[in-house]
Design a protein around this ligand. Sequence first.
Ligand code: CAA
Length: 380
Amino acid sequence: MDFNLTEEHIMIRDAAREFAKTELLPGVIERDDKQEFPKEQIKKMGELGFLGMMVDPKYGGGGMDTISYVLAMEEISKVDASCSVVMSVNNSLVCWGIETYGTEEQKQKYLTKLATGEIIGAFCLSEPEAGSDATSQKTTAIDQGDHYILNGTKNWITNGSTASVYLVIAQTDVEKGHKGINVLIVEKGMPGFELGPKENKLGIRGSDTHSLMFTNVKVPKENRIGEDGFGFKFAMKTLAGGRIGIASQALGIASGAYELALQYSKERKAFGKEISRHQAIAFKLADMATEIEAARHLCMKAAWDKDQHANYDLSGAMAKLYAADMAMRVTVEAVQIHGGYGFVKEYHVERMMRDAKITQIYEGTSEIQKIVISRSVLKD
Ligand code: CAA
């Protein structure tokens, strides 16, 4: 067993760290405050290859492994989780889904642009009444021979207004239950496709989250991914990898908050010495460092499983469950260590605490991860 990173991994991590410090840190507080989408920053991330990291170079991607992706996700998330959610959805859900299950035509038409960041994508599964219970899709895609007619509403869609390509999960045949679900590539501008209002969120406020409405949208059959009825499995398989991305996001938010708390604790004096020299604070830092390291190992193990083509449903769910819950604990402690300063925006940790919360909710709540994990450990 070798825990060392390769030279290439270190290079990618350092490049992401430098980019986050120079390009994402300036303005991160204002973007959060004004709920401003990081348009310029995402454009640069595309140019640097962060939006299609694992895609085959023949489709414009970086051809990197999942370990590299986890390392970059952690570094970007340390500074701006609103940017890293765009990165995660584009890489893990949209690019991976099309590359793994799409036709050559779909890859040429969509993946080549998504991988370079020329356009970004969105993944549309959640509905007003189907978030965790993903088989209960109310959106319908009715088969009309050479096309589908799409009707319904999707909720909380990341990249809602900024995406150009949307992977929409919809029910074609109710009688068949989850085996009657399809996934369609829907383009912005298709007649009948409307954008709902932007959500005013607790965290990741720079990312744009919308509801989407589809009224009799005509989607050509060549835009279906996979065989008829493959949509639910597509969603499950795609989300399994997505969970590694969100686990790394949670890891990054936590390690960003920890680094700030560590630095602050060495500077701030109380009762005659730096607060880091009070055991009450030193023990908090010890717990935070240990939990972050444990989450990092879980993320790396899940990434390694994926790179080895082993099953990563379990390791990805464990990584996400632990990293997300850990990020919540660690960011709360980071605010506590900062005292009153932690409660104001200039010190960043209050934003990180708000951002951490979503990692326990999207791409499957912590409770959903426990369903996946318990089913796996209880199976004969
Ligand atoms: N890989 C392949 N197939 C899978 C699978 C996987 N990981 N998980 C389930 N399936 C298959 C099952 O084998 C089954 O198929 P068969 O009937 O052929 O055997 C089928 O899918 C149905 O599975 P279940 O009976 O297990 O389904 P369930 O209703 O009990 O639900 C669940 C399982 C794990 C709870 C699932 O519904 C789930 O993951 N829910 C959460 C959905 C979610 O993550 N939503 C987040 C929205 S996306 C988002 O947040 C993106 C963003 O913008 C950031």
